[in-house]
Write a protein that binds this ligand. Sequence first.
Ligand SMILES: [Zn+2]
Length: 50
Amino acid sequence: MGKIAEGNAELLAVKICLDCKTKNSVNVIRCRKCKGSRFRKKDLAPRIKK
Ligand SMILES: [Zn+2]
């Protein structure tokens, strides 16, 4: 169980720059590409569009 949770946490540990859509580590404060500071968390769960 622990291994699975760990793997998922790793996959989720990404945030997407709102400006250039670059994936950044959650550890970064600014986007590595455009230096922007606006992010959204990577949502790996499929969303049902309405
Ligand atoms: Zn960016």
